[in-house]
Structure formats: structure tokens, C-alpha cells
Design a protein around this ligand. Sequence first.
Ligand code: MEV
Length: 303
Amino acid sequence: MVTASAPGKVILFGEHAVVYGEPAIAAAINRRIYVSVEKRSDDEISVTSGHALKGGYPYVTAAVELTFEFLGRCCGLDVKVDSEFPPASGLGSSAAVSVATILATASLLGGDVGKKDLARLGHQVERRVQGAASITDSSVTTFGGVLFIKPGLEVVERIDSESLPLVVGYTGVGGSTKEQVEKVRVLRESYPDVVGPIIHTIGRLTLTAKKVLQEGGEIGGLMNINHGLLESLGVGTDLLSKYVYAARDAGAAGAKITGAGGGGCMVAYAPGRQDEVARALSDAGGLAMKVSVEGQGVRVERK
Ligand code: MEV
């Protein structure tokens, strides 16, 4: 049996805009998904999980298939998935489970898959299952740390700022990335002269945030602007706004939707105020998680 794990993520800047070629900044978080694989005597692929994965197990089965194709080998497998964070919550469970499945399967079969290939195959799994997906989630879960992502040019650059005090607030409502991406696409098509510049502005904001992070500055104000722009793209909800304002009222320097929106999670940047912000989010009815940046991406846990 081989067990591999991969971290979840928060997007600090640039979600949705990244689908249109603008940059994004995302951080791996210290909550992981664990995937164990074991050979079976027949050629079935059987998947079990301690929690319900988004839409069943399509990411796991697609990841196994792609790994078989990549290695030119296959076998029957028992796959077991465990997670330290809720699925379909905007914390990158799909990419994490995909990349961890690929590494566990390849390792079981004695195949050597480097990190670049793991990220590329993970992205292929996401595209195969959900249609459109940027390289953000698959890159962050593979490499870990805080990453600056520039799609199109396929630039993935590590930003040295791994001590960000973050609090995630989960609404308990599963957001569908596919639906939210589609919603923004329709809005952009309906009002190209209005929505195009908003998307471009999110990209500029992300570039500013990269500079601020590299200089060890304060990103809260920029996160608040990003939240407003995401609201204008229609991916906000009443609960997300409630938590965003609760976090700011409790002393967070910045708070915004993270990921696709339409439910899922918000993230607060709360230097010196993590406990107060977590309490405020719980009081507002959310599931609060104090998280920190995880430097390590996908890895083999046990062989
Ligand atoms: C989802 O975590 C982030 C989105 O930008 C979609 C993507 O990048 O594929 C909404």
C-alpha cells in the first residue's frame, strides 16, 4: 500500500480573473487530503472515502486513468481518501485529491513522476472532469508554499512569505466551481466593456499584491478591494459577506471570498487577531479554521 498526501489551498488574489489569463496568488494551507492505494486481484478501481467528495469520485478515477496512460501500465486498485478539510468548499479538494492520487498510484506501480508532470497531470484531471480550470489549484497543491501564477505563460513563481496568519470561514454550502466560472463567463459576454476591465483590474491588483508580499508589507487592504471586485462579478453570497464583515469587525486586516464563491469559503488575513477572528466567524455561524501556509506540496507519506 502507498499513501500520498497533498495540501488544500486558499486563493489570496485573482480567482476568476486567472481563468482569463490574469495572474493569481495562492497559498497551500496546513490541511491535507490523504490518498491510499493498494493493488487488487481483479482489474476494478474501487474508491472509498470518509466523506462525500464533490460529485462522487470522478477526480480520483480520472487521476488513476491518466496515471495509467502516462506510465503505460495499469492494475486493479483499492483507493481510500481521507481529508482534513471539507470537500467542495473552495479549498482545492479536487486538485489535492487528483495530485495525491496520481503520486500514490505512480509510486505503487514503481513509476517516476516529477513535480512538473504531477502538476500538469493534475490540471488535466481537473479539465477532464470540470471542463475549464486554470493551473492555480493543481500548481499550489503540487509545489506548496505561496505561489504567483501567470497562466498562458505557465509561470509559477514561489513568493517568500510563508508566515501569513490566515483564518478560513466555511459557509457549509458547497459551491460549484463549474457553475461560478460559467456565471462569470456569461456576465463577461453580456457586458464585455464593463466586465473586461474589472477582470483586468483584478490582475493589476494581484501584481501589486505580489510586490507588497515580497516587501513584507500589508495585504489586507488589497484583499478588501479584491472582495469588492468579486462581488461585482456576481460570485458573492449573503453568508460570505456576513463572514467577511464579521472578520473585519473582529480586527482582520483584510477579508475576501476565496476560490470560486457562490458558497464555499472566505479567507481573512488577521495578524495578531487570529483567535478573535476565528471566534467571530464561529459566532456568525461559520466553520472557522485557523490556517497557516504549508511549505510542502504533494508527498508520499508511507510505502
Ligand atoms: C477556483 O479555485 C478558482 C477559479 O479561478 C477557477 C480556476 O482558476 O480554475 C474560480
